[in-house]
Design a protein around this ligand. Structure first.
Ligand code: E4P
Length: 219
């Protein structure tokens, strides 16, 4: 399973990249707005930190403008993936961009029917939002199970399932159990994946016992 960081904060991205755990980054207009920085400046910096795909979202909603914006964003770096919303013009742009060799992440997916359309449009990634479904009383992870199962039925569907709107570590664990290709994880959640009280307790005991021996591995 690949890990993308779901943030436009370059300091957080640098920190995760240093750990060697990062396969890519996803941004969206809200995450960019949160940085208070220029979109293109942020994108260039992220693409210089991470080799893997960096999703940059168009803000136009008609085909022609999406294509113009998509081309401008794709020109920022070779590892840009264009993010388009799951609307009719978005899928039309997805088809045109992927046919031209650009990676496309289809975002704001909330149903298996939408995911089928995205695969037919040749999407590189489909982004189902599990947390936002949980928020309205649905079981977000059920959608991931459905999409993984459906995509596996067709050799012609090469779209990767990118689990988005992740809120906690169990979303990541469940996504891995279901065989999703990618999780895009907020840095705070990614850090939580490390945590276990027995790890902390066990390490403290090992170090205390080692101290008693008076030895050093490197002196
Ligand atoms: C990523 O591609 C999505 O934009 C993001 O995961 C949305 O997450 P949110 O529901 O926490 O805003």
């Amino acid at each position: 399973m690949k890990f993308f960081a779901d943030t436009a904060d370059t300091e957080e991205i640098r920190e995760l990249a240093d750990l060697g755990l990062l396969d890519g980054v996803t941004t969206n207009p809200s995450l960019v707005a949160k940085t208070g920085r220029d979109f293109f400046e942020v994108l260039k910096e992220i693409c210089s930190i991470v080799d893997g795909p960096v999703s940059a979202e168009v803000t136009a909603t008609d085909f022609d403008s999406m294509m113009t914006e998509g081309q401008k964003l794709a020109d920022v770096a070779d590892n840009i993936a264009i993010k388009v919303p799951l609307i009719k013009d978005g899928l039309k742009a997805c088809k045109a961009l992927t046919q031209g060799g650009t990676k496309v992440n289809v975002t704001l997916c909330f149903s298996a029917a939408q995911a089928i359309l995205a695969a037919k449009a040749g999407a590189t990634y489909i982004s189902p939002f599990v947390g936002r479904l949980d928020d309205i009383g649905h079981e977000g992870m059920d959608l991931i199970g459905d999409i993984v199962e459906i995509y596996a039925n067709y050799d012609s569907f090469n779209t990767e399932v990118l689990v988005a709107s992740i809120r906690h570590p169990m979303h990541v664990v469940e996504a891995a159990r279901m065989g999703a290709d990618v999780c895009t994880v907020p840095p705070a959640v990614l850090k939580k994946l490390f945590d276990h009280p027995l790890t902390d307790k066990g390490l403290a005991a090992f170090l205390a016992d080692w101290e008693k021996t008076g030895q050093a591995i490197v002196s």
